[in-house]
Design a protein around this ligand. Structure first.
Ligand code: UD1
Ligand code: CA
Length: 494
């Protein structure tokens, strides 16, 4: 087995990001930037990568896998100094070292693998990755002699006008034989312009040594070379990765009606023949079965798993929710921390009240249930298989609905058997049936009118009198008669 170690440089401050967060923790399609570099090291077969941390190390550490070895660069004195900080962790191994920058997330695994392969195959001392950019501003330029052999890398800050015109740039990652790396690093002096130890300076030192071989590999596509130093570059990187994710799903048999308005994070699985309609946002960790239709304007957040032929329509947000096959959640709904079994119909405006201000609680909706429009489910609560909730009902905490039960109202109660569902509503006044007549032609006496709720709330005459007496008795100062209080009004009335 070949002997390869990896060092990921992630100690920089990222000043140009103008951020309180370490640069490598900025998110790209649902994962921090550093995760992409960790992926590259893993795909190169390195089990225990060394990560050089500095600025915000305490925040970055929890994001690293257990196997990673974090080392601290106490002062940010440049990329060369960062590799020196990893010297102890590297040990005295005679193998090769892969150095990756944590701010080049667009690099493809295949590109880095090719760089490593060619390094070992050609027995090179050091192998670089380069790209030809239309605008090389900001990158280190590759210097070559008249024979086309690499003689060094000059950084933008140190380059003269002729060197700045060079369009071949250093992408960043390199593979170097460990002893040669340590020897060359020892020779690097602080740069004139930035007083930093540049890792890239090892190239000119190695080029001058007898018997060294400098190998160059190219990126597959120019976009891979993008280094993230500013928010604008971060936005570009997000755009590129998003497109790659979209392309993968299209390739796998998913219809995406409008790729420009569909945002799919890293780590989402989608079954074949599923259709994503425009303005749909799918976050990391979501899985969607076959033949589903999602959107337009749907948002699926982490912990969502949909079965097959599920429909999620407009203005629906789901989080930590499992949905069984053929369930329909078509309009304006929020379901959080829920299990919805198969064949359920969720009416428009359904909301799970899953958070009580302190904890999140579960909602369970059984197979074939019918949730009426505008139902609020205050979790924890269960709706049994085949149960029905009436439009506008509010299911309160722990008042579960049994299988096939029917509940209505606020708070929801079992439906009254005397008024089964489907009973016709009372006809409107204008269309009311003519009064019933007896056989002798006289109008039948109407049954006594039931009091309306308002009428019931009005106090009876006796009660009003009692209240008046009480008021008179308790009054401190008797009120003068109305006319005495408003003499002008009295005159006017006359
Ligand atoms: C670097 C390269 C440049 C290359 C470009 C590609 C050097 C001197 N220059 O320039 O040739 O074209 O990347 O994107 O290497 N870091 C540390 N400690 C430090 C300084 C930096 O760990 O003291 C880390 C940063 O966190 C970052 C990486 O090293 O992940 C690169 O540093 P950065 O300052 O961004 O280098 P560039 O100027 O972009
Ligand atoms: Ca950079």
């Amino acid at each position: 087995m070949r002997n390869l170690q990896a060092v990921i440089l992630a100690a920089g401050e990222g000043t140009r990001m103008k951020s309180d967060r370490p640069k490598v923790l900025h998110s790209i399609c649902g994962r921090p930037m550093i995760a992409y570099a960790l992926d590259l090291a893993a795909s190169a077969g390195v089990k225990q990568p060394i990560i050089v941390l500095g600025h915000g190390a305490d925040e970055v550490k929890p994001q690293l896998p257990k196997e990673a070895k974090a080392v601290i660069q106490s002062k940010r004195l440049g990329t060369g100094d960062a590799v020196i900080a990893a010297k102890k962790a590297l040990g005295g191994s005679a193998g090769a070292v892969l150095i990756l920058y944590a701010d080049t997330p667009l690099l493809r695994r295949t590109t880095v693998q090719r760089l490593i392969e060619s390094h070992f195959k050609s027995s090179a001392t050091v192998s670089l990755l380069t790209a030809h950019l239309a605008d090389p501003t900001g990158y280190g330029r590759i210097l070559r002699n008249e024979n086309g052999l690499v003689t060094g890398i000059v950084e933008e800050a140190e380059a003269n006008a002729a060197q700045r015109a060079i369009r071949e740039i250093n992408v960043g990652p390199l593979v170097c034989n460990a002893p040669a790396l340590q020897g060359a690093l020892a020779m690097v002096k602080p740069s004139a312009a930035r007083h930093e130890l540049y890792l890239t300076d090892i190239i000119s030192h190695l080029a001058r040594q007898e018997g060294t071989k400098i190998q160059v590999a190219r990126v597959e596509e120019v976009a891979e070379a993008l280094g993230i130093n500013s928010r604008a570059e971060l936005a570009r990187a997000i755009g590129v990765i998003r497109q790659r994710i979209i392309d993968t799903h299209l390739h796998n048999g998913v219809t995406i009606e409008d790729p420009h308005s569909t945002l799919i994070d890293y780590g989402v699985t989608i079954g074949v023949d599923t259709i994503l309609r425009p303005y749909t946002v799918i976050e990391t960790g979501v899985s969607i079965g076959k033949r589903c239709v999602i959107g337009p304007f749907a948002r699926l957040r982490s912990g969502v798993a949909l079965g097959e032929e599920v429909r999620v329509g407009n203005f629906v947000e789901l989080v930590r929710t499992k949905v069984g096959s053929r369930t329909r959640i078509n309009h304006v709904t929020y379901l959080g921390d829920a299990v919805v079994e198969e064949g359920v119909n969720i009416g428009a405006g359904t909301i799970t009240a899953n958070y009580d201000g302190q904890e999140k609680h579960q909602t369970h909706i059984g197979k074939g249930a019918f949730i009426g429009c505008d139902t609020v489910l205050i979790a924890p609560v269960k709706v049994g298989a085949g149960a029905v909730t009436g439009a506008g009902s509010v299911l309160t905490k722990a008042h579960d609905v049994p299988a096939k039960g029917v509940v209505v109202g606020v708070p929801a109660r079992p439906m009254d058997h005397r008024a089964p569902t489907g009973a016709p509503a009372a006809p409107a006044k204008a269309e009311q049936a003519p009064p019933e007549r007896r056989t002798d032609g006289r109008v039948k006496a109407k049954p006594a009118k039931r009091k309306t709720p308002q009428a019931r709330r009005r106090p009876s005459r006796a009660a009003a009198k009692r209240a008046g007496r009480l008021a008179r008795r308790t009054r401190v100062k008797p009120r003068r008669p109305r006319a005495a209080r408003h003499p002008k009004r009295r005159k006017a009335k006359r």
